[in-house]
Design a protein around this ligand. Structure first.
Ligand SMILES: *Cc1c(COP(=O)(O)O)cnc(C)c1O
Length: 522
């Protein structure tokens, strides 16, 4: 009997077909893997070489638009009267093109730190962040964060909303800011309500008594309390338990709303799950939003208060899918005594996928670009560019990957890396074992054309400079593939576009259409 092929394994395990959509953002057509049913990953691998990081910004737009559609679909079923505000939680990925794309798609802004507010302030001055967008400022706020918020407000931005995390913050705002401010309060969940196996989230926010203090301290000031914030976790795939926790928060909102008529929005925070990590991911977004709307409507009716606007802060959901790594298996080392072989990657997993170390049970969809007809076998990945025993994926407690048995030279696409990985790893920094950052291409939509920008791999000189060494010109010349295959479909435009015009503003970025890039590369 012939051995099971990789494709047969996938078909059995995930109920997919050889050709067509594998998830809502990965497809396979004519034996080629596509991102967003658009970007031919094999073509990019040949064109730019591997390792390669690909960021396809139009997927960010798609994510924002889909969520709005689900909300409106739910509204048609419920008759919910409040507005829906989609905020991008920028800490998931601060890259300029990412934030700009989310804002272009209509997102509001959610900050986590002082520098984040400084960026928002800059984008607002540039009119990339329009004046009618809210800027929700979360997290515990030290002086620099508070001062950055006040500076933005005093510069004339009326939509910045600090979400109070403790009473000390409130006192600092009250003593320093005489200009009227909009405030939110973040609910402090009971430890067992957040996630007992992951206690870090319990520290955020204010107890009911502290919220009472906020209400009385704000009375008689020019400031107004408008947002009730009730975040419970991240990547929450169990709608039932999420709804259960939000129901308690909805009741708390209504209680407060009875006494604080300025209160107008219920913010469920982050936690919206993404399809980025599992081929068999399932979450009914429309159903979740419908239940949330119905729940708010019924609790508000019981308390005789108007329904609030609903705010969601979407980090992971907005950006996880838009980036993918292409990594090559440089060599294979057999496991000892017949155990699972090690596929040694020309790169580092712990540097490029830090969540594989930090988040228990974190998975990333890992698919080979070809050899789908080869026999399938177990494999574990290990980073070749560190000699750290922790540089492996999946974790030892997790089952191995299933991949084509013939590993050497295989190029693997690791999907769903657009949220948190680059930020936690420290984009642009000196990394573990000096693993250099890979070549990066950024694809953005410009009306009906796609524009590609290429960022060179991190150089040894740059790494030495970061570490304080005198910079000598020791660069090994990076080899580059000569083949020029068909890329993503592109239509040429003649008129200078806003995106290309803006390229002048974005210093140090070299912009060019695909055609131009190709011509510049022989
Ligand atoms: C991190 C964070 C988010 C984003 O969370 P995701 O799960 O990535 O969507 C939203 N709101 C707040 C307050 C956060 O701290």
């Amino acid at each position: 009997m012939s051995r099971q092929t990789y494709l047969d394994y996938l078909k059995d395990r995930f109920v997919i077909t050889a050709d067509g959509m594998l998830t809502d953002f990965i497809s396979r057509r004519d034996g080629r893997l596509l991102l967003a049913d658009q970007v031919d990953l094999s073509a990019l691998a040949v064109r730019y070489g591997v390792p390669l990081e690909i960021s396809y910004c139009p997927l960010i737009t798609t994510q924002v638009e889909r969520m709005h559609d689900w909300f409106e679909g739910a509204r048609q079923r419920t008759g919910f009267a409040g507005a829906f505000l989609y905020a991008y939680a920028t800490k998931a990925n601060f890259a300029e093109e990412v934030v700009r794309t989310a804002l272009d798609a209509g997102a509001h802004y959610e900050t986590s730190a002082a520098a984040d507010v400084v960026i928002a302030h800059y984008l607002w001055r540039q009119n990339i962040l329009p004046s009618d967008r809210y800027i929700f400022c979360n997290g515990s706020k030290e002086d620099t964060y508070i001062n950055a918020i006040i500076a933005l407000r005093e510069a004339g931005n009326v939509q910045v909303v600090p979400i109070l995390d403790d009473l000390q913050e409130l006192e600092t705002f009250l003593s320093r800011c005489k200009t009227p401010l909009l405030f939110g309060v973040r609910e402090r969940h009971a430890a067992e309500q957040v996630n007992p196996s992951h206690p870090g989230g319990e520290r955020f926010g204010l107890t009911p008594e502290e919220i009472e203090t906020v209400v009385s301290r704000l009375a008689g000031t020019p400031h107004r309390l408008i947002v009730y914030h009730a975040m419970v976790g991240s990547q929450i795939e169990d709608s039932d338990s999420w709804m259960e926790r939000l129901t308690d928060s909805a009741t708390a909102y209504c209680n407060l709303r009875q006494r604080v008529p300025s209160l107008q929005a219920f913010n469920f925070g982050g936690g919206m799950p993404t399809s980025a990590y599992e081929l068999d991911f399932q979450f009914d977004y429309g159903d979740f939003l419908e239940r949330l709307q119905r729940q708010l409507m019924s609790v508000c009716a019981a308390y005789a208060v108007p329904v609030p606007d609903i705010i969601g802060e979407f980090g992971r959901y907005t950006v996880a899918t838009h980036s993918v790594y292409l990594l090559e298996v440089g060599t294979v080392k057999e496991g000892q005594n017949g155990t699972t072989p090690w596929y040694l990657i020309n790169g580092s997993l712990m540097v490029s996928l830090p969540d594989s170390l930090i988040v228990e049970g974190q998975r990333f969809i890992t698919l080979p670009l070809d050899r789908w007809d080869a026999p399938v076998g177990e494999a574990r990945l290990a980073g070749r560019r560190t000699c750290d025993s922790d540089d492996i994926f999946p974790r030892p407690s997790e089952p191995p990957l299933m991949l084509p048995e013939d590993g050497a030279g295989l190029v693997l696409a690791i999907f769903g890396v657009g949220a948190y990985q680059q930020m936690i790893s420290g984009r642009g920094g000196a990394h573990h074992c000096l693993n250099p950052e890979m070549r990066r291409i950024i694809i953005e939509r410009d009306d009906d054309a796609l524009v590609i920008r290429e960022i060179a791999p991190q150089s040894v000189t740059a790494i030495m400079g970061l570490l304080g060494y005198e910079q000598e010109q020791l660069e090994p010349v990076a080899a580059r593939p000569a083949l020029i295959p068909q890329l993503v479909p592109v239509r040429r435009r003649n008129a200078p576009s806003p995106l290309r015009r803006r390229a002048g503003v974005l210093q140090r970025s070299r912009w060019s259409s695909v055609k131009d890039t190709r011509m510049g590369r022989t």
